[in-house]
Design a protein around this ligand. Structure first.
Ligand code: FAD
Length: 306
């Protein structure tokens, strides 16, 4: 068996594998796609100590760093079930079962998409999902935030300090964000809120976003907004469908963790966007991957060898 098996090879999983391997323990890494969300990121400007880089470049460095250690990398493999007997067992979609004394779950998350025409075409060309990451690219321009929940209104407040104007589009009749956030948003001079608006299309000129089309749900009329950017904030979905019933999840489906990354299952730790850790960012995921691996190591040295 492995001493530590990491599931998911985004920044959190890669950091966990490196920290584990550096302890000299037998480490495995199951990756359905090395790099995770970072592979889909165009520019990265907040990876501390690197002023500016690109997602795939950062991933190449990450993979090189992992391969520098004695890590058993199983690429192109997806886990479909976790169970705990004497050891933790991870069943892969190809039917193989991996056994390990401890596990770090780092399967990440995905942004919920609008699923309207133009969204895929203009992804990274004006369609954005992360205000902390991409907000500064729209300095002095007009942008929209789709979604009036907490993350949407937080994004609008954040962006309002950088861009010229923010229009928030909410599908329902009322915003769903906390009252204090709504008050803050309404107090800012450059945030406009449109409720009962159903986004129907991302508009562009073939190169970049030029606007957005929405239907006024009250009147049924279609309207266009001229914009440089669209931030989609309708939810971040943790990749935990395969864990339901086997591990403690929050109401949002995130793996509940303690300060050492421990979960409700003995010997199973978790890190990164898939967990309840606040704020989902590359540096934060890497830090939590290191925490989970060290938490697992601490657990292993106290466990009798099976
Ligand atoms: P992920 O990166 O999501 O990696 C998890 C991996 O596990 C994925 O490869 C996934 O496919 C895999 N996986 C899922 N289920 C299974 C399974 N059952 N078995 C095996 N593998 C599985 N953050 C920044 O700090 N700066 C930025 O500029 C920035 N820009 C971003 C731009 C975009 C478009 C997006 C989408 C995100 C951006 N982020 C940015 C956020 C950042 O990418 C994430 O916070 C970070 O990648 C999370 O790392 P993670 O390792 O927890 O998860």
């Amino acid at each position: 068996p492995y001493d530590l098996l990491v599931v998911g090879a985004g920044p959190a999983g890669a950091a966990a594998a490196i920290y584990a391997a550096r302890k000299g323990i037998r480490t495995g890494l199951v990756a359905d796609r090395f790099g995770g969300q970072v592979m889909d990121t165009v520019g990265v400007e907040n990876f501390i100590s690197v002023k500016s880089t690109e997602g795939p470049k950062l991933v190449a460095g990450l993979e090189q760093h992992v391969l520098d250690y004695d890590v058993d990398l199983m690429n192109g493999q997806k886990a479909r079930r976790l169970s705990r007997g004497e050891l933790v067992e991870i069943e892969l979609e190809n039917g193989a079962v991996l056994k390990s004394r401890s596990v770090v779950l780092a399967t990440g998350a995905r942004w919920r998409e609008l699923n309207v025409p133009g969204e895929q075409e203009y992804r990274g060309k004006g369609v954005a999902y992360c205000p902390h990451c991409d907000g500064p690219l729209f300095k002095g321009k007009s942008v929209a935030v789709v979604g009036g929940g907490n993350s949407g209104i937080e994004a609008a407040i954040d962006l309002a300090g950088i861009v010229a104007e923010v229009t928030v589009l909410e599908f329902g009749a009322e915003l769903r964000a906390d009252e204090v956030l709504q008050r803050k948003a309404r107090s800012m001079g450059n945030i406009r809120i449109i409720t009962q608006a159903q986004t129907t299309e991302v508009l562009g000129d073939g190169k970049r976003v030029t606007g957005l089309r929405y239907t006024e749900r009250a009147s049924g009329e279609s309207r266009d907004l001229a914009l440089a950017g669209i931030f989609v904030q309708i939810g971040l979905v943790p990749n935990t469908e395969w864990l339901k019933g086997d591990i403690g999840l929050s109401p949002q489906g995130e793996i509940e963790i303690g300060s050492r990354g421990e979960t409700s299952v003995r010997g199973v730790f978790a890190a990164g966007d898939v967990t309840t850790v606040p704020f989902k960012q590359i540096v934060i995921s890497m830090g939590s991957g290191a925490t989970a691996a060290l938490g697992a190591f601490d657990y292993l040295i106290r466990e009798p060898v099976a």
